[in-house]
Design a binder for this molecule. Structure first.
Ligand code: I6G
Length: 395
């Protein structure tokens, strides 16, 4: 009914109408958008000692005990950072972080995300509000997207971050609309005609009241040891969390203390990103084994030089099927990037063919079943190659 009403009375279409989520025509390119306040990056901490040193620096400047400082700790979601601008409560512009000073205007694409409010909730909204956050793709959405891409022979993304960023940079918003993207707000960049609460944690609650999703894993703790305990707890849960997390953001919670601390170079003195072990590493492809599954499908499994990735040692990765081997152009002896995240089986996401010093042997898919030697078959429009004698070849 709304679509009908709007087509009868186009002058009544408002920018926050639900019909406007997917309506824009494909773009020619994206305009440059200068961020009113630069989107800074965070300094990194890689160890308990780095966090202790950060807290000591903070305590010295605040002239207090490190154990007394309240830190807000939140998982650092691994996606694409964006900024959303609301005027009188209505979304007017959305942009990528870009280099922090200038990003790309991707408003039509961001409008397609259900988690991006087109209009802020509540009676009293600021005249102008710039909200920052991360657009993420959950593991399930990422796997489904890549599965479809493999079937269609189109672009496969290496990780959810690239998938999120790539989906936001589609010239046709209708494509973005099909991707399972979620905007998670993490801060306010700028506000006019309104006031923020006194702390980061209260600001997250305020953002949630305005209609934004925020991480439900955020906690305020006292002292750096408690912050480090939170880091350990999130790291422990990392495999069960449905989105890629590359660390924990530890922030001085109180805004007055934040303003005393200020900034150095391009990063705030009041926050740090405690990084987790990488979920992607380089290793060597030692060989490929072919496994017969329960239904007779043959799955190529890469044998890898053992490598520590995402917190465990990985020595095997799935290569999915013959098409994937061809797409990757994987050769035995290649340097490859292996990714392990969540409960998903480790995968080879890229072959570093520029590191190939000499000709290496191709991976050859067998003609016959490795278990029972029966000829393998492939249905015309299917990626799977199977052994029709699967009953004789139990997994
Ligand atoms: O609270 C935050 C969460 C994640 C952040 C942040 C972030 O980057 C992915 N980045 C900055 C620069 C700030 N807070 C201030």
């Amino acid at each position: 009914r709304l679509t009908q009403l709007e087509s009868d009375h186009p002058e009544l279409i408002s920018p926050d109408s639900p019909t406007q989520r997917v309506g824009a025509a494909p773009a020619e390119g994206f305009p440059e958008v200068a961020h009113a306040i630069p989107m800074l990056s965070l300094d990194n901490a890689f160890s308990r000692d780095d966090i202790a040193a950060f807290a000591e620096r903070v305590a010295e400047r605040l002239e207090c005990q490190a154990s007394e400082i309240a830190f807000s700790c939140e998982p650092k979601l691994d996606g694409a950072a964006v900024s959303l601008v609301y005027e009188q409560g209505v979304l007017v512009s959305g942009a990528t972080r870009g280099d922090g000073r200038t990003g790309e205007g991707i408003t039509s694409n961001l409008r397609t995300l259900r988690s991006v409010p087109l209009k802020l909730m509540g009676q009293q909204v600021p005249e102008l509000l710039e909200v920052r956050g991360e657009v993420i793709m959950r593991h399930a959405g990422f796997e489904a997207l890549n599965e479809r891409a493999r079937e269609e022979g189109s672009k496969v993304f290496a990780n959810p971050r690239n998938a999120a960023a790539g989906s936001l940079r589609q010239l046709d918003p209708r494509i973005t609309a099909t991707r399972q993207l979620v905007f998670m707000a993490y801060s306010v960049g700028h506000i006019e005609g309104g006031t923020l609460p006194n702390s980061h944690s209260e600001t997250l609650s305020y953002l949630s009241q305005l209609g934004f999703k925020t991480s439900n894993l955020t906690e305020v703790v006292e002292g750096w040891q408690a912050a480090e305990a939170f880091v350990a707890q999130i790291l422990e849960q990392r495999d069960q969390i449905e989105v890629d997390i590359d660390g924990v953001v530890v922030k001085v919670n109180d805004f007055e203390q934040q303003s005393v601390l200020g900034f150095v170079a391009r990063a705030p003195r009041w926050a740090i990103a405690r990084k987790f072990p990488a979920q992607e590493e380089v290793t060597t492809l030692l060989g490929v084994d072919f496994r017969v599954g329960r239904t007779g499908t043959i799955t190529p499994v890469a044998r890898l030089q053992p490598v520590f990735v995402g917190g465990v040692t990985v020595s095997k990765a799935t290569l999915h099927n013959a098409d994937e081997i061809a797409r990757l152009d994987a050769r035995v002896g290649d340097q490859v990037i292996v990714r392990r995240a969540g409960d998903v089986i480790p995968q080879i996401v890229k072959v570093l063919d520029d590191r190939r010093a000499s000709e290496l042997p191709n991976v050859v898919f067998p003609d016959v079943c490795p278990d029972c030697s029966v000829m393998l078959t492939r249905d015309l429009d299917e990626a799977a190659i199977r052994c029709e004698n699967s009953l004789a070849c139990p997994a």
